[in-house]
Design a protein around this ligand. Structure first.
Ligand code: FMN
Length: 416
């Protein structure tokens, strides 16, 4: 006779390691990719970047995903302090950043987020024509877009693979391929921007698959994918479509998916919360080219209408979408967006079967957020999602929480 059935495995807790095929993360609270404005104008990472990441490591972050690093000059963003991984001579500076992190806390896992902006940039920022999946302008950047030829797509794949090889040589534990937020890979996934009649139109996942296969063939790195589970406006990515994509991606055996939302058409719908319009109008280069009169008219007549397009902030705003995707796949699913308490993370891991949570703003506010959570599991992040950190990405100031910035700095930088 068979003995009594084994008890069901107890659900994971937020402090359990997350065992992925190629990497074990120390626990389930991950620092989400966060642009920090700390690289040199040529995209070389700096010691200041190392200090920022080392502070996170010291504070118990466990796993850190860097801000988006461009894989080629053509894939650069508008922000001047963005780091790149587009050339072999960036390997050594990245290795020095990683030394700083591991000196601070040896067990910290660090993943480089690799990205190509596609249509979400300007020729002024890249010094190259703006390219994309199809000839559809982004209503935010307004750059005319030239669709990539099939031959050029081969070059994009090679630049992602070369970037991952450099990341491996620098000592990263993995890469996160940025397939979300309307950047180039997202442009192939979304029917609004992928108007192609070739093999990359017939199979919107083809570009991403070729990148993943290339990285797999050339490096042993863990591969995470960041995906938007939907986007604003009509005719774009829907959750149903992304669930189908996730089912197909399941066969590729990537290490994990991270679920986010949106595109740069309405950037604040990716990162929800307050709308600090005055500060944004002060620094955003796209608004600044309008001139004073146009800005004054915009502020007076169009801003109230514009603000209506913003989705309200709700804590855990991507969790339902992530949960639907997680139920459809075996690949571990992380979720980002408005996660603010240890109890929320514990619940999404134990009750919803998600692999973990990635947080950005709580770590900007408190780099030692994880250490504080360990000391007080009932703790709530003191981040108020005021989004000054978000809109200040367009300023010359490095990433910081502006809530407790000294008064003179706030006056100088925010115009208070
Ligand atoms: C200042 C700032 C910079 C960001 N930079 C990136 C980035 O480089 N790559 C990316 O995928 N997401 C980026 N994000 C989005 C975050 O990774 C995260 O998905 C989003 O902020 C929601 O999480 P949160 O509510 O914990 O902030 C950024 C967010 C902020 C606030």
């Amino acid at each position: 006779m068979a003995g009594p059935a084994a008890p069901p495995p107890s659900p994971a807790t937020l402090w359990d390691p997350l065992v992925l095929p190629r990497l074990t993360l120390p626990h389930r609270v991950v620092r989400a990719a966060t642009y920090d404005n700390l690289a040199t104008p040529d995209g070389y990472p700096t010691a200041a970047q190392g200090e920022l990441l080392a502070a996170l490591a010291c504070g118990g972050a466990g796993t850190i995903i860097t801000g988006f690093a461009y894989v080629s000059r053509q894939g650069r963003a508008l922000q001047g302090g963005q780091a790149g991984i587009d050339h072999d001579d960036k390997i050594a500076p990245w290795a020095r950043v990683l030394e700083q992190v591991r000196r601070a806390e040896a067990g910290t896992k660090v993943l480089l987020q690799i990205a190509h902006t596609g249509r979400q940039t300007t020729a002024g920022a890249t010094g190259r024509p703006v390219v994309g999946a199809g000839p559809v302008r982004c209503t935010y950047f307004l750059s005319p877009v030239r669709p990539l030829t099939e031959r050029e797509i081969g070059g994009v794949v090679r630049s992602f693979v070369a970037a991952a090889e450099r990341a491996w040589r620098a000592g990263f534990d993995g890469v996160q391929v940025h397939a979300a937020h309307g950047y180039l890979i997202h442009q192939f996934l979304s029917p609004r921007t992928n108007r192609r009649r070739d093999a990359y139109g017939a199979d919107p996942l083809r570009l991403l698959r070729e990148i993943v296969e290339g990285i797999r063939a050339r490096t042993p790195l863990a591969i995470l994918l960041k995906l938007s589970a939907g986007e604003d406006g009509r005719g774009g990515l829907t959750l149903d479509r992304v669930v189908d994509y996730a089912r197909a991606i399941d066969a590729w055996e990537v290490d994990a998916l991270e679920i986010s939302y949106g595109t740069m058409e309405i950037p604040l719908n990716i990162i929800r919360g307050a709308v600090p319009a005055d500060v944004s109008l002060r620094y955003n280069p796209l608004f600044r080219r309008w001139g004073r009169v146009a800005i004054a008219l915009f502020r007076r007549f169009l801003l109230p209408w514009y603000k209506k397009r913003f989705l309200p902030f709700q804590e855990m705003y991507n969790v339902d979408a992530a949960y639907r995707i997680a139920r459809a796949v075996r690949t571990p699913v992380l979720v980002t967006g408005g996660i603010r308490t240890g109890a929320q993370i514990a619940a999404l891991v134990a009750d919803r079967g998600l692999a973990g949570a990635t947080l950005a703003r709580p770590f900007i506010r408190e780099p030692d957020f994880v250490a504080r959570l360990r000391a007080d599991p009932g703790r709530r992040s003191t981040c108020l999602s005021c989004n000054l950190c978000t809109v200040m990405c367009d300023s010359p100031y490095p990433l910081r929480c502006w809530m407790d910035a000294p008064a003179d700095l706030r006056r100088e930088a925010l115009g208070e």
